[in-house]
Ligand binder design. Structure first.
Ligand code: ACO
Length: 279
């Protein structure tokens, strides 16, 4: 048996529970602002969880009253201002690696569970996750304008993929905060629930995802995200090829099981539930 990987970090906590990997940004004394150390540790976390069977669903959250107060202003601005362009680019690349390059098309389902403060750079991983659930009481803000910068990193691009321009520009330009309910209204998160129910609702969604065929789930999210960026004709070709690839590579032969259980056995209705995977 290969040894289980170690998840011993200073700024991140990783725990496993019934198929869910709980990844907690863990600098509560700094409201979980992303330090250079946290970014490096998070790259390792996403790398290891990708092939850890205990992680069927990846949940990202924050310790204490904050989800994440954005980038650590000391590490990402003040202390690196005098660095060479190459060194700064490297610092930002490490953060971009976990926040979106890896998370955006992560091979496992991802849920951002926004439990509290969520500012600036913290928008990126929330948007990169497949599903985001916020506490009604959470506070979101594009605070960049308040301290004299633009939402950079990749925040403006990320925002434009989920929030309509009217609302996006309003928050980019005013820096006004908004709560979880408003975040759900404008498409920043999938839904918002009272903080007291946040974890329970997240587990509920994770359990639904865990009942699906993981191979098809992986291909479905990747296909959706890439197709969204393509012209129609290219997307049509790509999706049909992706669909064939999914069927061809599916160790579970899900498509055949699904059709068999519906058309022959008449034992379930695909409109209402997933096929039985243990047959
Ligand atoms: N970078 C560096 N340090 C931070 C950050 C941050 N983004 N956020 C909080 N901290 C630190 C504070 O400096 C403070 O440190 P100290 O104890 O050494 O003084 C500690 O965390 C606690 O912060 P408080 O401000 O005392 O906490 P409070 O609960 O009163 O307020 C809030 C929380 C609203 C999140 C506030 O800390 C804040 O406005 N943080 C900055 C949010 C922000 O604008 N982030 C940057 C977005 S832009 C980007 O990401 C590129």
């Amino acid at each position: 048996m290969p040894e289980a990987p170690s998840y011993d970090y200073k700024t991140v906590q990783v725990g496993f529970e019934d198929g869910i990997a709980w990844v907690t940004l863990n600098r509560p004394e700094k409201r979980n602002a992303v330090s250079a150390e946290m970014a490096t540790e998070m790259v390792d976390v996403v790398d290891k969880l990708e092939i850890d069977d205990r992680c069927q669903v990846f949940v990202l959250t924050g310790a204490g009253e904050s989800f994440c107060a954005g980038m650590d202003l000391r590490d990402y601005f003040r202390s690196s201002d005098a660095d060479t362009a190459v060194k700064r680019a490297r610092l930002y690349r490490t953060n971009g690696t976990w926040q979106w390059r890896r998370l955006l098309n992560y091979p496992k389902p991802t849920i951002a569970m926004v439990n509290g403060w969520c500012f600036g750079g913290a928008f990126t991983p929330v948007i990169a996750c497949d599903i985001a659930v916020a506490a009604d009481e959470a506070t979101f803000g594009l605070s960049e304008i308040n301290w004299g910068i633009i939402p950079a990193g990749i925040v403006s691009k990320a925002l434009s993929t989920v929030v309509r321009q009217r609302e996006a520009l309003y928050y980019v330009m005013t820096g006004e905060t908004f709560d979880g309910k408003r975040a759900a209204q404008i498409g920043m998160v999938t839904e918002s629930v009272p903080l007291a129910h946040l974890r329970q609702r997240t587990v509920e969604i994770a359990r639904v995802l865990m009942k699906k065929n993981p191979n098809v789930l992986r291909q479905a999210k990747t296909a959706f995200k890439y197709a969204a960026e393509m012209p129609w004709d290219a997307a049509g070709e790509y999706l049909m090829a992706k669909s064939d690839q999914t069927t061809f590579n599916d160790p579970e032969r899900g498509r055949e099981k699904g059709m068999g259980q519906f058309l022959d056995e008449k034992s379930y209705k695909p409109g209402l539930a997933p096929y039985r995977r243990d047959d």
